[in-house]
Design a protein around this ligand. Structure first.
Ligand code: PGA
Length: 254
């Protein structure tokens, strides 16, 4: 899927059931008209996806996704959602390897790679999340950690199958903490990710892969982060929950 950039995505995490989702979109759609030259996406909880699909039916500029998938297409996996089920329910995108999946639920890089493969197989666009913890940054190994997370996916999946991929750099220490990476920190890591993609998949593919920044993005810091080199969009958690604040972030993008 060819996405207009910048890409501004809201990850609602475990917030907003179907009723709140309907209210959110009533207010958000009024505050944020469709604007060419940018992409807006939401990752509601899976149980609210149907409400989000219906609420945004008249707004094809808005894409929807799920926050996690299982790597098998179906089977005895109580509580899980597969890529085919997510796609059937209206998802076009899938977050994969979000730091809360990795650090709270113990998702391994190998599992992340299998989920990326499952999404690609189904035609869902994966948004691969990578990022280092504070201890890893303090130890000077942030770049190495991010490269290993990328390598786990690119080493396991044939590059040709990864044409339709987004990457989100989300330093774990900046998620939900109010601490944002500086635009310089973001530009540096995004440049490294772009460099990895260039070496691994070639210049054209590297340029075509949107790299989003996430971690305490707010209306107040969205413009400077978006202006940083190699930052092609934003993945917003807390500040995407309120229609007005997310509309302000989207307005920064055009
Ligand atoms: P935050 O979350 O904006 O609340 O820091 C971002 C994310 O986890 O995607």
């Amino acid at each position: 899927m060819r996405l207009e950039r910048p890409v501004i995505a809201g990850n609602w995490k475990m917030h907003h059931g179907p009723s709140r989702t309907r209210e959110f979109f009533r207010d958000f759609l009024a505050a944020s008209p469709a604007v060419p030259g940018r992409t807006v996406a939401f990752f509601p909880p899976a149980a609210s996806l149907g409400a989000a699909v219906r609420a945004t039916a008249a707004r094809p500029d808005i894409l929807l996704g799920v926050q996690n998938i299982h790597w098998e297409p179906d089977g005895a996996f109580t509580g899980e959602i597969s890529a085919p089920i997510a796609a059937d329910a209206g998802a076009r995108l899938a977050l994969v390897g979000h730091s809360e999946r990795r650090h709270v639920f113990g998702e391994t890089s190998d599992e992340t790679a299998r989920k990326v493969a499952a999404a690609v197989e189904e035609g869902l666009t994966p948004v691969l999340c990578v990022g280092e913890t504070l201890a890893e940054r303090d130890a000077g190994s942030a770049a190495e950690v991010v490269e290993e997370q990328l390598q786990a996916v690119f080493g396991a999946i044939d590059g040709g199958r990864l044409e339709d991929l987004l990457i989100a750099y989300e330093p774990v220490w900046a998620i939900g903490t109010g601490k944002t990476a500086s635009p310089q920190d973001a530009a540096e890591m995004h440049g490294r990710i772009r460099g990895y993609l260039r070496a691994r998949a070639g210049d054209a593919r590297a340029e075509a892969t949107p790299i989003l920044y996430g971690g305490s993005v707010k209306p107040e810091n969205a413009a400077e982060l978006l202006a940083a080199d190699d930052v092609d969009g934003l993945l917003v958690g807390g500040a995407s929950l309120e229609p007005g604040s997310f509309a302000r972030i989207c307005a920064v993008a055009g």
